[in-house]
Each structure stands twice: as structure tokens, then as C-alpha cells.
Write a protein that binds this ligand. Structure first.
Ligand code: HEC
Length: 123
């Protein structure tokens, strides 16, 4: 009888610990806006320096810091003729070896990156 009670208490402790772990993980999961802010104030104007940081982290490995590198078959972004909408779709969905970002970045980050890509074209 005593052993039985001890076992069920252990199980309860285990269940409680699992619930707390799950809650902790959920609380620490950051949204794309928290993880990759495009503005210094939430909902504020887009800060090009923050967008460049996201580009350097997520895109420069193939496209280079200036957009001209063509690693892994990446296209020269300065020579691109895509529209803003097409760029947004390609960043979100990916293409070939280019990885999709829609589960990593939010629409704000993707739109800001598309605007940055457009600035890489010769004036
Ligand atoms: C793993 C390498 C890789 C990474 C990382 C990468 N790309 Fe690409 N990118 C490619 C490849 C490969 C293509 C050509 C796809 C094709 O047309 O087959 C491409 C094409 C593009 C194009 C289309 C250019 C055109 O006119 O056809 C844009 C715009 C672009 N990338 C932007 C980005 C942005 C912004 C990021 C960062 C979020 C990014 N890429 C990250 C490999 C990459």
C-alpha cells in the first residue's frame, strides 16, 4: 500500500515537471519580430541597418554581403529584374537550393528584405 502511494506521487511529480518544461519552452519561443527586429521601436519605421543585419545572417552566405556573390548557383541580386512581389514570394517560398524563409521570418522581415534587395540594383 505504501509502495503504491509512493509510485503515484512520483508519477504526479513527473507530470508536473513535464508541464512546467513545456510552459517554459513556450514562453521562451520568440516571434520573428522579437528575434529579427526590423525596427528599433515595435511597429516603428524600418531601420535599414537592422534589415542589413538580417540579410548578412540569412542571405550573404550565398549572395555575398553586396549581393553579387553567386555561391551555390545564387543569382547576382544587382542584375535581378524581379518585381518586389516576386522577390517577396521567392524569399518566402525559396527556389532550388535557396531555402524558404516563411517559417523563420515574418512578413515584415521578408518585405524589408525585398526592399533591401531592390537597393542592390545599379541606379
Ligand atoms: C543557400 C544559398 C542561398 C541563400 C542562403 C539565399 N539564396 Fe537567394 N538564391 C539562391 C539561388 C540558388 C537562387 C537562384 C534560384 C533559381 O532561380 O534557380 C537565388 C535567387 C534569389 C533571388 C532571385 C534573383 C533573380 O532575379 O532570379 C532573390 C531575390 C534572392 N535569391 C534573394 C535572397 C534573399 C533576400 C535571401 C535571404 C533571405 C536569400 N536569397 C538567401 C541561393 C540562396
Amino acid at each position: 500500500m505504501a509502495i503504491q502511494r509512493n509510485r503515484s506521487r512520483k508519477r504526479l511529480v513527473l507530470i508536473a515537471a513535464s508541464i512546467m518544461c513545456f510552459a517554459l519552452v513556450q514562453c521562451h519561443r520568440k516571434s520573428p519580430n522579437e528575434k529579427y527586429p526590423v525596427s528599433t521601436t515595435p511597429g516603428g519605421p524600418v531601420d535599414p541597418q537592422l534589415v542589413k543585419k538580417i540579410y548578412d545572417m540569412k542571405c550573404a552566405i550565398c549572395h555575398g554581403f553586396d549581393g553579387r556573390q553567386q555561391y551555390a548557383g545564387a543569382k547576382d541580386l544587382g542584375a535581378s529584374t524581379m518585381t518586389r512581389e516576386q522577390i517577396i514570394t521567392q524569399i518566402a517560398e525559396g527556389k532550388g537550393t535557396m531555402p524558404p524563409q516563411k517559417d523563420v521570418l515574418g512578413p515584415e522581415q521578408i518585405a524589408a528584405l525585398a526592399d533591401f534587395v531592390l537597393t542592390l540594383r545599379p541606379k
